[in-house]
Design a protein around this ligand. Structure first.
Ligand code: ADP
Ligand code: MG
Length: 206
């Protein structure tokens, strides 16, 4: 994966999430504080800027730098949680081995750190319910090139996201109003799916 692909990934994710900012805010307003779209866009603008202004020649370093910028700027639970996912993934990846096996491994470590930081796990109506099944599926596609494997793992992520609509919030602000969140998807699960979907599009055209 080149520096340019990393730049395009963050540029495209910023575009996607900016277009969904209101939708994510409305979902977060159901049982949270309504700031999920705003926070994600703020974080992604900072991450995108970092990828543009960089002098690094290391794509994996650029991923972790972008994650740190995201985390600082986004704020909130998702700032810290998505931030640690991106930073850990970048730190774990090696520039000369960004194939499906290694990307799945790096994302898995990122998820582990996210769960530890959030004291959370699958089934609690969070972004983890999109990310965890995605990684599980990615790990079964390691014989495929990364772009094909990533695309093949998306339906698992989408099913996980949709399943959050039937769950009761157990983590974050929404946990206080858990029952009210029933029938609506978790905002973090939805933004996570949009991000994974966007990465797939970039990888396919890279
Ligand atoms: P905040 O809750 O600080 O306002 P956001 O609105 O940006 O932050 O993000 C809310 C999202 O963060 C939730 O929809 C959920 O997916 C995720 N989230 C919150 N707390 C946790 C946690 N402990 N573990 C995993 N994900 C969490
Ligand atoms: Mg919020």
């Amino acid at each position: 994966m080149s520096i340019q692909v990393v730049q395009t990934i963050f540029e495209s994710i910023l575009e996607t999430i900016s277009a969904k900012e209101d939708e994510l805010g409305k979902l977060d307003a159901v049982a949270g504080d309504g700031d999920h779209g705003i926070g994600m866009v703020r974080g992604l603008k900072a991450a995108h800027k970092t990828t543009q202004d960089t002098s690094t020649t290391s794509p994996s370093q650029l991923i972790s730098d972008a994650g740190a910028s995201f985390s600082d700027a986004a704020g909130g639970s998702s700032g810290a949680l998505v931030g640690i996912l991106i930073i850990t993934t970048g730190n774990k990846l090696q520039d000369d081995s960004m194939d499906t096996v290694h990307v799945a491994e790096a994302l898995e470590l990122g998820l582990t750190r996210m769960c530890k930081l959030g004291k959370s796990g699958p089934g609690q109506k969070t972004m983890i319910d999109t990310l965890d099944p995605f990684i599980t599926s990615l790990k079964t596609q390691v014989d495929k090139p990364l772009s094909d494997a990533w695309q093949a793992a998306l339906p698992a992520a989408e099913d996980g996201m949709n399943a959050t609509a039937t769950m009761t919030s157990q983590k974050g602000r929404a946990a206080k109003l858990g029952e009210r969140s029933k029938g609506h998807k978790d905002p973090g699960a939805v933004s996570m799916f949009y991000m994974l979907q966007t990465v797939s599009e970039v990888l396919k055209s890279a």
